[in-house]
Write a protein that binds this ligand. Structure first.
Ligand SMILES: [Fe+2]
Length: 156
């Protein structure tokens, strides 16, 4: 069976892998952040927020794997080091102690940022005819938009 990467030029592959790497980095930082908030959240909304943050980090953990395996399917090496994630992510690591409301606000902002990263990747992949990465990126963007909406609804 032909390597899927054969259909892409080297330049196209490099650009798409670059977009996937940023997506993996940001998804991974957000996974850890949501889990950190899951552990540390306090207050009267503890139950639903503890559960919501878990839903987010479980979703993101699966997504990291799917995005990384797409890099491998394109024939490239996955840059899976935490130090690389921190360098490549526009999303910052979680900070010290913050309130439940601040946690929700920060995650909502991050989800919007993640959605924009994935949409940029979807457009790039489409330009190069990589419909599989395009489809994956659109689906991820949709998930991030939904989480952003759920989180923002707590703040209204
Ligand atoms: Fe837990």
């Amino acid at each position: 069976m032909a390597d899927v990467a054969v259909k892409l030029s080297e330049d196209a592959k490099t650009a798409i892998v670059n977009g996937l790497t940023q997506s993996i980095a940001e998804t991974s930082i957000e996974t850890m952040k949501a889990q950190n908030y899951h552990w540390n959240v306090k207050g009267m909304a503890f139950g639903p927020l503890h559960a919501l943050f878990q839903t987010i980090y479980e979703d993101h953990f699966t997504a990291q794997d799917d995005l990384a395996e797409r890099v491998r399917a394109l024939g490239a090496h996955v840059e899976g080091r935490l130090s690389t994630f921190l360098k490549r992510s526009r999303i910052e690591e979680c900070e010290g102690k913050i309130s439940d409301k601040e946690m929700v606000k920060k995650l909502a902002d991050d989800q919007e940022l993640l959605s924009s990263t994935l949409i940029s990747l979807a457009v790039l992949a489409d330009q190069h005819g990589d419909l599989v990465t395009n489809d994956m990126a659109i689906e991820r963007s949709q998930v991030h938009d939904k989480f952003a909406w759920i989180l923002r609804s707590h703040l209204e």
